[in-house]
Write a protein that binds this ligand. Structure first.
Ligand code: K1U
Ligand code: ZN
Length: 172
């Protein structure tokens, strides 16, 4: 089932959300709904708070090539345990700030630990778009948006545009 995506500004997108203590069937169903919502959007990642779930759950799949098999990842309590000194810059977007993009600099490689959908611990080192996306999604769990890396003026401009779009969508 697809879930509605919250649009910035929304107080739920600014909260640090709670760890998951138990991977229940209910949470597995939410993760499946999040993947469906992400693929439909379309997007390459989605975090719990974006659908109003105030728990540390993210999903991502950065395979863009249609000839490659999809690689949906479900991460409960994801945590960056190591980050490279080397940085990379990507033009980021956010499904909660539609139609707006900006370059953000982040560590080029990160090692992430998480719990998978069976409750088993996992870890992997990500690079390129995967590294950017997993950091963007973990930021959502800490109430941080990609516009928080920009100048106050750019952030305000993008917030105003998003507010306008949100109002228009509510009226439609
Ligand atoms: O968290 C989100 O809001 C999802 C966001 C993730 C993201 C994008 C770019 C850099 C870092 C993180 C998106 O998926 S925005 C949409 C998007 O980037 C995209 C859409 C279709 C095809 C490919 C990418
Ligand atoms: Zn986002």
């Amino acid at each position: 089932m697809k879930r509605p995506i919250l649009i910035h500004p929304d107080p739920r997108l600014k909260k640090v959300v709670d760890p998951v203590t138990d991977v229940t069937d209910e949470l597995r169903k939410v993760a499946d709904d999040m993947l469906e919502t992400m693929y439909d959007a379309p997007g390459i990642g989605l975090a719990g708070p974006q659908i109003g779930l105030m728990s540390r759950l993210i999903v991502l799949d950065c395979v863009k090539d249609e000839n490659e098999s999809p690689r949906p990842l479900v991460m409960f309590n994801p945590k960056v345990i190591a980050a490279s000194d080397e940085k990379s810059v990507y033009e980021e977007g956010c499904l909660s700030i539609p139609e707006q993009y900006a370059e953000v600099e982040r560590p080029a490689e990160v090692t992430v630990e998480w719990m998978d959908r069976d409750g088993n611990p996992q870890s992997e080192t990500f690079d390129k778009l995967w590294a950017t996306c997993v950091q963007h999604e973990i930021d959502h769990l800490d109430g941080k948006l990609f516009i928080d890396y920009l100048s106050p003026m750019k952030r305000q401009m993008m917030t105003r545009k998003s507010q306008k779009l949100k109002r228009e969508r509510a009226r439609a």
